[in-house]
Design a protein around this ligand. Structure first.
Ligand code: GRG
Length: 304
């Protein structure tokens, strides 16, 4: 629980995560009240409040704190990023995409509400995310709010999440996926939104352009790290479950880091990305950067 940071201050990471997750959950609960038309708001709340690690909103709040801002300044952005993340999960689970029955340990949105409502719940969350960021951000000038909106929009659109998803879909069953293409998919599907969360938090917290660009680099490394670790967990978890040396990753067509570079090299690559990310933090006050330092380690060493 207690990890020492260079200035010898003790930072209690689990408490930090729990406290921030509670703040985020309360903000999300308030942002999407149960109102008429009931079914759509129920469906939006079902997926939004279904748990989840809340990594993106917590990164957003931590980046705001890093540059000396108050958490309240970035709370609307933190909620908006989680709304976008949740809508992408709802749509990703649809029969026309991954056709998944379970998400966050519960039946997927379309399994409970049907496909039409699941599509609309995703659309409504995406729209609300931008309205919420534009109208509910407090204590920040309009120029910075517009820049945060721009970061989020570009992370989501046809050069962001959507780009990653389309390249992923069109690569299915394709044996030719190489490391460059795999990196493209992960950067767009995963890293872009993490980047928007961190950069948005720093912008709304009052960070200067040097600080914002440093946290952008930090975010790019942890975004890719998140996915490399996901791929490694896919192999190691399923190996444990199957009691075999090769996990499900090695049995399917899907391109992953362990498959393309070998498990050991993938672990080394994850280590390199972690070092690269935390290196960007040495320019900041050690106390203030402790949350982002520990979040990078959490992403690297998480078990789910
Ligand atoms: C954004 C307009 C728009 C459309 C969506 C479906 C789609 C296009 C994109 C798919 C994006 C996707 C599902 C990426 C995977 C991201 C990812 C790593 C999910 C898992 O994140 P965690 O582990 O999950 O943070 P929890 O449940 O903890 O939040």
């Amino acid at each position: 629980n207690f990890i020492k940071f260079p200035n010898l201050k003790v930072f209690e990471f689990e408490t930090y995560m729990t406290e921030k997750a509670i703040l985020v959950n309360n903000a999300l609960d308030e942002a999407v009240p149960l109102q008429e038309p009931l079914t759509i708001h129920e469906a939006m709340r079902y997926s939004l409040l279904a748990g989840g690690k809340r990594v993106r909103p917590i990164l957003c709040l931590a980046a705001c704190d890093l540059v000396g801002g108050k958490s309240t300044q970035a709370m609307a952005m933190a909620s908006s990023v989680e709304m976008v993340h949740t809508m992408s999960l709802i749509h990703d689970d649809l029969p026309c995409m991954d056709n998944d029955d379970l998400r966050r340990g519960k039946p997927t949105n379309h399994k409970v509400y049907g496909e039409s409502i699941a599509v609309l719940a995703g659309d409504a969350l995406l729209s609300l995310a931008f309205e919420h960021l534009a109208t509910r951000t407090i204590g920040v000038g309009p120029d910075r709010v517009v820049r945060a909106i721009t970061e989020l929009a570009s992370a989501v659109g046809s050069l962001g999440l959507v780009a990653g998803q389309i390249v992923d879909i069109s690569s299915e069953g394709n044996q030719e996926v190489d490391l460059n293409k795999l990196e493209y998919i992960h950067v767009h599907k995963t890293a872009k939104l993490l980047e928007a969360a961190v950069v948005g938090g720093a912008l709304l917290g009052g960070g200067n352009s040097g600080e914002v660009e440093r946290v952008r680099k930090y975010a790019r490394s942890i975004g890719l790290l998140f996915q490399v670790v996901d791929d490694i967990l896919d192999v190691t978890k399923s190996s444990e479950e199957l009691g075999k040396t090769a996990g499900k990753d090695l049995l399917t067509d899907k391109a992953t880091y362990p498959k393309l570079m070998g498990l050991e090299r993938a672990k080394e690559f994850a280590g390199e990305l972690l070092v690269k990310a935390v290196d960007e933090l040495r320019f900041f006050d050690a106390g203030r950067s402790a949350p982002l330092y520990h979040l990078a380690h959490y992403i690297a060493y998480r078990q789910n």
